[in-house]
Design a protein around this ligand. Structure first.
Ligand code: PEP
Ligand code: MN
Length: 360
């Protein structure tokens, strides 16, 4: 993947004036449902109709997809609307059936990307295909694992590739269903700037109300497209009901989103600046979040110091931390003076937190 330039030929060939929009239901449910959604999406900026045919479910007993039958519905939707189609494939048999039914783009699900064995099986099954293959990030926040999957397809001579960012599992409950960890796709984009990067805000959010903001962040980071779960009756969808939006909402979103086109040099400059600023915003957010977590631990230390009647300030420990951080700072090209200033401030805040606990 040294030269990844040709990876995006398939996307450029669409000649779109806006980011690629892939939309459609989480799952194909009935023929009528697929066709109705496809016709509604035809009136939007959507280029590709998505629908899950085989659904990987975390727990058994949930709707597991209609299976091969649904591929015919996608074919019909394509005939009637001219939309391209995409579905998830998770084994060689799925690939065979999807190719037989003329599905245009295949995607690899997050639960598949984690397994090099299955990814290799799929890469072998797709050997040399011209169909674009979009690889979702693995459920765990592991960039090499994600890249490894891309490389397996590339080495199987699948050169029309793209990646889908759908967020990462965490044990902690956050406001997201899957934590975005924006830094991971940013790193990936820096390494392979031509590999098309698509956001799946639906599986990151797990709920409707933050989908728009996620899309805006992605566009500010120069993503190439969006994959959004869309249903005419989201609340009654057979899977992922909470996160689906209607085609009408999607349509309005594409009007409201700020899309940055690279026409003039001045616009190109502003876009670049904006992308870097959004990257900085992502990191600043992380810094504050980590500082908050650090202070929560300081509070706990305050609690046990109080119980054991121990002084808050422990000079030896503090000097150890400083020494370590100055060395870490050096590795990151940060001056000793800067580390000292920052750590004094952090230490002071930590003492303030502990004092509050000890005196409470
Ligand atoms: C999906 O797109 O419906 C899906 C199952 O996604 P993921 O693999 O990201 O969980
Ligand atoms: Mn889904």
């Amino acid at each position: 993947m040294e030269n990844s330039k040709n990876l995006r030929t398939w996307l450029d060939a669409f000649g779109l004036q806006h980011p690629l929009v892939i939309a459609g239901p989480c799952s194909a449910e009935t023929e009528a449902q697929v066709l109705k959604i496809a016709h509604q999406l035809k009136e939007t900026d959507t280029t590709v109709l998505r629908a899950g045919i085989w659904k990987p479910r975390t727990r058994p007993g949930n709707f597991e997809g209609v299976g091969a039958l649904g591929l015919k519905w996608l074919q019909k939707a394509k005939q009637e609307t001219g939309l391209l189609t995409t579905t998830e494939v998770a084994n060689a048999h799925h690939v065979e059936l999807a190719l037989k039914h003329d599905i245009d783009i295949l995607w690899i699900g997050a639960r598949t990307t984690v397994s090099p064995f299955i990814v290799q099986e799929l890469a072998d099954a797709l050997q040399g295909t011209d169909k674009p293959v979009l690889i979702k990030n693995p459920v765990n926040p592991d960039l090499p694992l994600w890249l490894g999957a891309v490389e397996r397809f590339y080495e199987a001579n699948v050169k029309n590739l793209g990646v889908i960012h759908r967020g990462f599992s965490t044990y902690e409950k956050t406001r997201y269903r899957n934590n975005p960890e924006w830094q991971i796709p940013i790193d990936l984009q820096n390494r392979f700037p031509d590999l098309p990067l698509i956001l799946d805000p639906s599986h990151i959010a797990g709920r409707r109300d933050i989908i728009f903001d996620l899309c805006q962040t992605a566009l500010d980071l120069n993503y190439d497209g969006l994959m959004i779960e869309t249903h005419y009756d989201p609340d009654n969808a057979w899977s992922d009901a909470k996160q689906q939006i209607t085609p009408a909402t999607l349509d309005q979103m594409t009007v409201d989103l700020r899309i940055r086109k690279t026409e003039s040099e001045e616009v190109a400059f502003k876009n670049q600046l904006n992308t870097f600023r959004t990257q900085i915003d992502v990191i600043d957010h992380k810094i504050v979040e980590m500082l908050g977590k650090r202070m929560q631990i300081a509070d706990k230390i305050g609690g046990i110091k109080k119980q054991n009647n121990v002084a808050i300030l422990q000079n030896k420990r503090w000097n150890e931390i400083l020494g370590k951080m100055i060395l870490d700072g050096e590795e990151q090209n940060l001056s000793e003076e800067f580390i000292l200033r920052i750590y004094k401030a952090i230490h002071q805040e930590s003492i303030n937190h502990q004092k509050k606990i000890v005196n409470s």
